[in-house]
Each structure stands twice: as C-alpha cells, then as structure tokens.
Design a protein around this ligand. Sequence first.
Ligand code: NAD
Length: 411
Amino acid sequence: MKASKATEFYFDKAADELSLPDWLRKLLMTSKREVTLQIVCEMDDGHVETFLGYRVQHDNSRGPMKGGLRYHPDVDVDAVRSLASLMTWKTAVVNIPYGGAKGGVCVDPTALSRKELERLTRSFVDGIHDIIGPDTDIPAPDMGTSHEVMAWIRNQWEKYHGFNPAVITGKPVEEYGAKGREEATGRGVGILAVKSLKRMGIKTKDCRTAIQGFGNVGSHAAKFLWEAEFPIVAVSDITGCYYNPNGLDIPAVLRHTLANGSLAGYDQAEFLPGDDLLTLDVDLIIPAALGGVIHEGNADKLKAKLIIEAANGPTLPAADDILASNGVIVLPDILANAGGVTVSYFEWVQNRQHYRWSLDRVRQELDRTLSDAFEQVWQESVSRQVNLRSAAFILAITRVMRATELGGLTS
Ligand code: NAD
C-alpha cells in the first residue's frame, strides 16, 4: 500500500466519525502545492549526478507550513505527500500554530562525501528558496539529514534573502539552534510512554521494551526510558537486532554507537535478524526507523500491549485493525513523535525574539505541550469510544477545519 493511501485511510476513518462531506475531505486532504525539482550536483571525482528533490506543502490554515527534509533512496512524491499531510495533523494535535509540509531528496546520503552532501543541499535550496521562509514554510531535519545540513540550508537561503535563522529549525545550538532540539523527539516518546503506562496501570520497571531504529529518535528515547528504569531488552538498527532478556546497558550501547557509528559488533547481547525485534516477548515496542514495518503479515505475531509510533507511518491500516482486535494500544505517530516539531516551534519562537531559552525551560514546555495533547487525545478516545489514532485525527481535523472555515474556504 502506498504511504499516502495509509494516511488517507486514517483520515477518512476520523472524517466518518465527524460526518464530513466529500467536498470538505477533498479540500482538507489535497496538498496546496507539490514541487518536484531536478538537483544537479558535481561529485568529488568531477562527474555530474542528477537527483530528484521534493517539497510538498500540504496546509497553511493554522500557520506557516512546517516539516522535515528526508534524504533517503525511498523518497518519492507519494511518500513526501503522505508525510506532509501527517505534519498538518501533527501540528494540530499538539496545537502549535503551524500547518504541514515535508520534503526530501531521493539519495543515499551515506554514499556521499561531506562535500558532496553540502553541494547537493545547496543546489536543493537554490531550487526551493523562494517557496520556503520563516512566515511560509520552515523545514527541519528528518531521516538522513542533520543539524549540519540545516546550517547549510540556512546559509544558502540567507544568500538570497538576508539574515533570518527562523527559516529553518534543527540548527546547531551555536548557530541559532535550540537547546534540547536534538533529543526532543526521543524525549517526547519517553514522556508519552510514561503517561501511557500510568493510564494502563503498568509500572515502568515491569515494562520490557524493544526499540527498532537507533538513530536520533531511537537512541534518545532509549536514554530517557533507561533513566526512567524501563528494562530495554532489545534495540535494532540497519545492521540487525541486539537482544538481552536481562536488559541492555543503554549507556554502554550509546557509547558503542558513538564510537562505531552503528550497533554492529555490540557483543553484550544476542544478535538476531532485525525483523525479529517486533515479535519478541515484550510489553512495549517503539518503532523508530521506517514506515510500513507493522503490516498484515506480522501484526498478529506481536506480543506487546503497547506500541508507541516514534517513526512516521510504521503501522499499515490492515495491521492497525488486527492490533485493535488483539487489544494492543497504539499511540499514533501524529502524537507520539510530535516532540520534535514542538521544540522546532520553540526554536523558531526564540529566533524570532532573538532570545535564548534554557534547557530546563525547553524541557518543561515540551512536557506541558505533550501532556496536554495526550490528555485531550485520551479523553476524546474515551468519550467517542474510538482508538487513540482516530481520536488524534478527530482532534486535529476539527482544529484544521475550524481554521479553514474562519480563514474563508477559498483563501
Ligand atoms: P535517523 O536517520 O537518525 O535513524 C534511523 C535509524 O533507523 C538508524 O539507526 C538506522 O540504522 C535505522 N534503520 C534503518 N532501516 C532499518 C531497518 N530496516 N530496521 C531497523 N532499523 C533501521 O532517523 P531519525 O531522525 O531517528 O528518524 C527515525 C524515524 O522517526 C523516521 O520515521 C522519522 O520520520 C521519524 N521522526 C523523526 C523526527 C526527528 O526529529 N528526527 C521527528 C519526527 C519523526
């Protein structure tokens, strides 16, 4: 199933609950603008490569559009369209004043040198600089892009438009970035895991946890959960799954990945094929890598009671139904991984005020924003007798719909 079809399915389910007419569904689901562009890049050996880049701007009824940039070989317009729409619902669920957008380049960034990556990034900005900006569309990092890439984007954009660091978030802290941005998505996942367990009456120290993906999100989630005394029994990355039924020593795993660049070679755990992580005997699974990993073929085999969707779109609709009928609680991506965009918002606010917040303030405001959203979604789910995903979509669609109506439908 195409990524955009999955998002459309979840949107429609919530739209049915709200009895939305077809014309309004079409209006809310159609992107405002979709740009595909050619990116020409000279490689280190002098030959020229051509890549395809995308920026999809989905909705701006609640504010400037916001969404990450992904560098990955699977990036295409459909994937970006789906992620852009998810950003609209995500910013609405946590009630920050943004719309949704997403972008990316179809490229394997690990196959490029640092200089090639910089040239590709600057060439991408040359193609999109006039459609992004602090009041229109503010990109951020996603898979395959880092704070260094964000710094290049700002620098290239400012060559056209002058000083304005609020054009992009996820920048290095010393380059107008926000303290706490790098950890924010993983930390948010951790905050929401603790809240979910409280509702479910499970103690954190009894919650055997497996985390798929050990990049920015997975590693920061692991750190937060380890400090909160969750037994983390398995982690995985592209190199495979590392399992220790007695609990992994997460600080040691973090040191290993920092020194080696991946989990490969970590020997204080049993090595398993990557896909095995999802079917281990655990209470909580945190998918924090790619989309579509929980599908019709494996949903019935999952033993966890709770899934926190740190990745975007990890659960396909057919799997969602199977999980629901098995009584598995799924905290949906549009809430679960909203910590990143929330702290991106704090970064943008600081840039616009030329003021810096302390790490404590960022963490407190993040906790408050996510906790409020969690309570609202949980309440909506109870009062409407729908799952948490539908509840989150209902809340988000209601907010976007209201803003669209207030702004005038054809604005
Ligand atoms: P990242 O590039 O830092 O890390 C990705 C991790 O996934 C790496 O450890 C990689 O080895 C692993 N991986 C790749 N393929 C895998 C596979 N088949 N099996 C197991 N692991 C695999 O990316 P990230 O920023 O941590 O993003 C992860 C997910 O979280 C993505 O879906 C992204 O859209 C979502 N997300 C990220 C942010 C953010 O702030 N970075 C915010 C919201 C959502």
